[in-house]
Design a protein around this ligand. Structure first.
Ligand SMILES: Cc1ncc(COP(=O)(O)O)c(C=O)c1O
Length: 342
């Protein structure tokens, strides 16, 4: 495989299931919708970040690092999974939680991911000013400096896109896994739909699919940035990861499909189509979407189906990238009547 030369820490339970979303597909009489269950990657309630962390922590271990540093929002799935991965591998970990989502209720700060992060005993720093990703990275590097003075060997997993996207290598592997599953099922897929945040997942899939000689559109629904900024970010990461796996130049701007149609009211905030998507998947399929990423991507997929973007005989794979623990931080997912029960 193209990723073999990169050290990898085995963390993922895979292959994850590829199954049909029959009830939802029937409701819309559109394409056949499939779901790839990366919400079930095994570690600490799962999610896409597990595949990404295999390469970050593989890289950290290869450098004899003993302390991992990373950052994210209060309800960060990445931070939850990074803490779990470090604990599993016997490494120390310090995390920075950014108070970047405003107007939330107390559950946002105490349930779901922050609850689990605390339960795993991570050393946590908070910052409350709205800062950009470069400032978050500077904070991580200054903690790393302090740790080095204490005799530790820190490894920073940064947030900005100024570094090599080791995490994307996990989604190059995913591409091979998915195509192998499709091959076994004699299934030809016509699109992959996902949530696009740091862009690492979309970039890895774009590079992986093309390197394997396929041309399958990857529909990314942005969770944080407008279309132009997210397109730039995903393009930059895809080109870096393509280069890392020996396929320099394989991804072009025309390969990067991004929509920001589900972005309002903003990162970490729900809109009505997202709430509807959460209800729909729970009530029709017994599947829990999350309030930041996968509900946005599913709402986007439904919008594309309603706009007749796909033909009825096409097969579309929805990537369930996890995040459902964050549901517990968003009480508004249920009606007020529920909370008035005594
Ligand atoms: C549940 C979930 N889905 C999707 C994403 C987006 O993935 P990426 O950051 O690789 O774009 C994240 C990122 O944190 C996530 O936690």
């Amino acid at each position: 495989m193209f990723t073999d030369k990169y050290p990898k820490a085995k963390l993922t339970h895979n292959p994850t299931a590829l199954e049909q979303l029959s009830n939802v597909s029937k409701l819309f009489s559109g394409p056949n919708i499939w779901i790839k269950r990366d919400d079930c990657t095994g570690l600490a309630l799962g999610g896409n970040k597990v595949r990404q962390l295999e390469y970050y922590l593989g890289h950290a271990l290869a450098q004899n690092s003993n302390t991992i540093l990373t950052a994210g929002a209060i309800q960060s799935n990445h931070v939850r999974l990074c803490v779990a991965a470090a604990k599993k591998l016997g490494l120390d970990i310090e995390v920075v939680l950014a108070h970047q989502v405003s107007g939330r209720q107390s559950q946002y700060y105490q349930s779901g991911n922050p609850f689990l992060i605390e339960l795993m005993g991570a050393k946590t720093h908070h910052y409350t000013e709205k800062k950009d990703e470069d400032s978050a990275d500077s904070m991580l590097f200054s903690i790393a400096e302090r740790l080095r003075k204490e005799g530790k060997t820190p490894y920073v997993i940064p947030r900005s896109d100024n570094y090599l996207p080791y995490g994307s290598l996990g989604y190059v592997d995913f591409s091979a896994e998915l195509l192998q599953q499709c091959n076994k099922l004699s299934l030809k897929i016509d699109g992959i739909v996902l949530a696009s945040g740091s862009g690492a997942t979309q970039a890895g899939i774009l590079a992986g699919i093309k390197a394997l000689g396929f041309d399958i559109p990857v529909y990314g629904f942005s969770v944080k940035r407008d279309k132009q900024a997210q397109t730039q970010r995903v393009l930059k990461k895809s080109q870096l990861v393509a280069d890392m796996i020996g396929f320099k130049g394989i991804v072009n701007k025309s390969d990067v499909w991004i929509s920001d149609s589900m972005l309002t009211p903003g990162y970490g905030q729900l809109n009505d189509p997202m709430l509807d998507a959460i209800d729909l998947l729970a009530q029709q399929e017994g599947i829990f979407l999350d309030p930041t990423y996968t509900s946005r991507a599913m709402a986007g997929l439904i919008e594309l189906i309603q706009q007749k973007h796909f033909k009825a005989n096409q097969n579309i794979v929805f990537l369930h990238s996890g995040g459902s623990p964050a549901l517990f931080g968003y009480p508004e997912v249920l009606d007020d009547a529920f909370y008035n029960l005594e």
